[in-house]
Design a protein around this ligand. Structure first.
Ligand SMILES: Cc1cc2nc3c(=O)[nH]c(=O)nc-3n(C[C@H](O)[C@H](O)[C@H](O)COP(=O)(O)O)c2cc1C
Length: 356
């Protein structure tokens, strides 16, 4: 049986039981766009009895389809696809001075650099894909889709999950009909999934989010800074249905993480939230680019993402971490360069011990 035939109806159609409730182990591989997410990584976590997401962000719809097909060949377990919700273009007057500075800096260093532009990351085409060939879960980040979109996903046979970073966003997504919420704490690596791209919004930790949303009655996955079975046990004790881990899998051989990013993950340097690379807040390991630009970087996503993308691609190829977005969560020193199945199985064993 192929994976999409295993897809179940939305949580509300099944007495609140979700795909994640039915897993052997409540461990979810979070979506990791920009390279790390691969079908091989998702398949390995699913084989260990967890649940794997594939990130669709930044990819063409054809590339997403190919990855879904490959994952279906590698594993007959259910999986999820994660989409970026478009936020609308930023005001050029806001980003022009920062773009000018980035251009001047890259040219002085003899490095490639891009132009600011807005796009919606292929929103409609990707929605068409995930509703035509539905995975078990379609999750959304950077916003809450309209209820009509959520209903479309559910009618296609998938669950609709929404990433939230505050109790207010959680309530909004629950009202819009989400089958589940990904509570993303400020500890998390990569971009914050806030509905509004406003860096001044409060940054709550994952345990605070879990406690503040306990009354919602919607299944919640906890994400951010979880890297061990004890961490998984902690969020389960606080009411999570499952733990979603990203950074813990970045060094696995199945991940598409670049070599300089992998090296940085064993550096022990601190992490920080930055909008310098993309114009949207994200947590990464501090490097020279962040130190130079964190004081004046502006809020304009994805415009700034497109300006720095060619420089970052060059740096990944050249092995120069000083220009790369080294996304990592706060617990990244616990990540290990081991096959994903081993990472997941170790966590499962630790979880059993932690739960006694
Ligand atoms: C490299 C990287 C890429 C990410 N890409 C996405 C993405 O495409 N969509 C998304 O919803 N979250 C994305 N995230 C956030 C993760 O899904 C998840 O919330 C986070 O990894 C959890 O925190 P942790 O890294 O401390 O485990 C990304 C995180 C990282 C580290």
């Amino acid at each position: 049986m192929v994976a999409h035939q295993l897809a179940v109806k939305g949580a509300g159609d099944d007495g609140g039981v979700t795909v994640v409730d039915r897993l052997d182990h409540p461990i979810v591989l979070a979506p990791l766009s920009g390279g790390p997410s691969t079908p091989e990584l998702a398949a390995a976590v699913a084989t260990a009895g967890g649940f794997g997401f594939l990130a669709a962000g930044y990819l063409t719809v054809d590339a997403v389809r190919e990855r879904m097909n490959l994952l279906r060949e590698l594993s007959d377990r259910p999986f999820g696809i994660n989409l970026f919700v478009p936020g609308g273009p930023a005001d050029p007057a806001v980003y022009a001075p920062y773009v000018e500075l980035l251009h001047a800096e890259a040219r002085a260093a003899g490095l490639p650099v891009g132009e600011p532009r807005y796009d919606d990351d292929g929103w409609e085409a990707k929605l068409d894909l995930v509703t035509a060939e539905p995975p078990a879960i379609v999750s959304f980040t950077f916003g809450c889709p309209d209820s009509s979109v959520i209903q479309r996903v559910r009618q296609a046979g998938a669950e609709a999950w929404v990433t939230v970073t505050s109790p207010e966003e959680a309530r909004h997504a629950a009202r819009a009909g989400a089958d589940g919420l990904v509570l993303q704490g400020g500890e998390a690596g990569g971009h914050r999934g806030s509905f509004d791209n406003r860096p001044e919004l409060p940054t709550l930790g994952v345990l605070a989010l879990l406690q503040l949303t306990a009354d919602l009655g919607v299944p919640r996955m906890a994400a951010g800074g979880i890297a061990t079975g004890a961490g998984v046990a902690a969020v389960l004790a606080a009411g999570a249905t499952a733990a979603a881990l990203g950074t813990a899998f970045l060094r696995c051989p199945e991940a598409g993480t670049s070599a300089p990013h992998r090296d940085a993950l064993s550096s022990g340097r601190p992490t920080r939230l930055t909008q310098s690379f993309s114009g949207r807040l994200a947590r990464g390991i501090v490097n020279e680019f962040m130190d130079r630009h964190d004081g004046h970087a502006v809020t304009a996503y994805p415009e700034i993402h497109y300006v720095t993308a060619p420089t970052r691609a060059w740096a990944r190829e050249a092995g120069d971490p000083a220009w790369i977005n080294l996304w990592a969560g706060q617990a990244y020193p616990l990540s290990r360069a081991e096959p994903a199945r081993e990472v997941a199985e170790r966590m499962i064993a630790e979880l059993a011990t932690a739960r006694g």
